[in-house]
Design a protein around this ligand. Structure first.
Ligand code: GAP
Length: 492
């Protein structure tokens, strides 16, 4: 049985380290924060970029059969109507009348004695009701005073959620009154990157001239008005996805669904998430989207429980068929061999950037024992990132900051390493403290320039440095000229 107290404490320490060392901040923190929205600080942004770059490398650059796309965040309402999001992308919501908290229906557990509020334990709960998760905005001039204004009648230009509107009649539709002469249209912030891929399928096919099976990959922001964002960045209202839509012939769908399982598990292993902490959950028929012929989730053992990192779904030809029907434009593929036209099927591995970043941090977070300056054992906090993912790859230290030749040499090394990796120079404080600061942010290598580097004690050691490993804390003497090769071998 997992000890939830220990897991909660671990999560608290991780959240605190993320803020203290500049990985993740609450959005608009100085204004009290915006719930479910996060900003990535100087180290968080590096970690995130390393993850996205590696995904792109593996999923696009190292394959012949995948091309990329960077679609827009603002999506045409007709596209999201056709995909089913405008009408059906909702969760069931329940309010607690006692403490006024709001929950997704599936978060309210009935332990045998009826449903209770997870916050106050109260039983005075509303009936579950549909809540559309899409976020809306408008394009066209919406200066104050020039519109648009809302009324509660329904028209063709509709908003989907009515989420924050007054309680009566908020079913789904609101009218937008145009300011004179202006064209104002309701658009959605995309709830998944996938739909921009489907909508551009024909353009990409025509310009890339790929043959089935082939994929279109995209990394980008998605927005969902989650009822109850929680578990730090795990469930956010603004997040990033890394999605591949892998188009194929209908008869290849099930086989490809299986093929992507191993590929995706390998990916997580290659960024430092061990296979033993990953689980594949086959989504039961009843829980799958009606158009999917098979779906599984790749889950990770977070401190707050086993949760989804990525969903892989065989979506059949549903999306392209829907867009073809709604747009009236052909999204068919012409098979040169059989001379037949058909709508391709698609298998979709869809991963979350923020969730994977969080998994990397949770996995890396370690406390061990190490001697301090005086040899006394102390607790050391280390982020044991895979070197490929680590935000800073190497820290360079002159042993003393007031010895000009040491400083000059250290800065020379920084310049030498810089074109190959993200390097950090630090001259302040005792060397042991400097190592600890780097351990805490997961820097895998530390280079120290000492008097031996200058050849003062032994001419044979001139132009060598100590290279310290974060994990073993062992140091080896390495020639400066070997540093680039030695470090790049493990960060690629
Ligand atoms: N196109 C398919 C799709 O969007 P999904 O399971 O809803 O499927 C895919 O989302 C992935 O996106 C999830 O596995 C998760 O990693 C990430 N994701 C979804 N909602 C999220 C949220 N509210 N906050 C953070 N990540 C989220």
């Amino acid at each position: 049985m997992p000890d939830t107290n220990i897991d909660n404490q671990r999560m608290e320490k991780i959240v605190s380290l993320c803020k203290r060392r500049g990985f993740v901040f609450k959005s608009s923190e100085i204004y009290g924060g915006l719930n479910g929205v996060w900003d990535y600080g100087p180290l968080g942004v590096e970690l995130k970029r390393n993850l996205k770059d590696y995904w792109w490398r593996v999923m696009v650059h190292e394959r012949d059969d995948v091309v990329g796309l960077d679609g827009s965040i603002l999506n045409h309402p007709d596209a999201l109507k056709a995909s089913g999001h405008a009408d059906g992308f909702s969760d069931l919501m329940v309010d607690c009348r006692t403490c006024k908290s709001r929950w997704r229906d599936d978060q309210i557990v009935d332990k045998g004695k009826g449903k209770r509020c997870p916050n106050c334990g109260g039983r005075d709960l509303t009936e579950p009701r549909e809540f559309n998760l899409m976020l809306e905005t408008h394009i066209g001039s919406i200066k104050p005073g020039s519109g648009p204004t809302y009324s509660m009648h329904s028209t063709g230009m509709t908003g989907a959620s009515g989420a924050e509107l007054p309680p009566q009649g908020l079913q789904t539709q609101v009218e937008i009154k145009h300011p004179t002469g202006e064209q104002v249209a309701l658009v959605y912030l995309r709830p998944e990157t996938a739909q921009t891929i489907f909508v551009q399928f024909k353009n990409v096919l025509d310009t890339s001239r790929k043959k089935l099976p082939f994929g279109i990959a995209q990394i980008g922001k998605a927005f969902r008005n989650e009822i109850n964002p929680r578990n730090f960045t795990f469930r956010s209202r603004e997040f990033e996805q890394m999605e591949l839509e892998y188009f194929c012939r209908p008869e290849q769908g099930m086989e490809l669904l299986e093929y992507w399982k191993e590929e995706r598990l390998k990916f997580y292993e290659n960024i430092g998430v061990p296979r033993t902490k990953l689980h594949v959950l086959n989504v039961p028929d009843a829980d799958r989207a009606f158009y999917s012929k098979g779906t599984y989730d790749i889950e990770y053992e977070f401190p707050f429980g086993r949760q989804e990192l990525e969903g892989v779904a065989y979506r059949t030809d549903y999306d392209l068929s829907q867009h073809q029907k709604a747009s009236g434009k052909s999204l068919e593929y012409f098979d040169e061999e059989t001379k037949q036209k058909f709508i391709p099927h698609v298998v979709e591995p869809s991963a979350g950037v923020d969730r994977t970043v969080l998994a990397l941090i949770c996995e890396a977070y370690t406390e061990d024992e190490a001697p301090d300056e005086k040899g006394k054992m102390e607790t050391r906090t280390v982020l044991r990132f895979h070197p490929r993912m680590a935000p800073v790859k190497c820290a360079v230290f002159p042993l003393l900051k007031n010895k000009e030749p040491l400083v000059a040499k250290a800065k020379e090394i920084v310049e030498m390493l810089r074109p190959h990796m993200f390097v950090f120079y630090d001259e302040s404080g005792a060397i042991g403290r400097r190592y600890r600061r780097q351990d805490e942010i997961g820097t895998p290598f530390g280079v120290t320039v000492d008097f031996e580097t200058l050849g003062e004690k032994d001419a044979a050691l001139r132009d060598t440095v100590t290279l310290r490993s974060r994990d073993s804390m062992e140091q080896e003497r390495v020639k400066i000229s070997d540093l680039v090769a030695k470090i790049t071998a493990s960060i690629r």
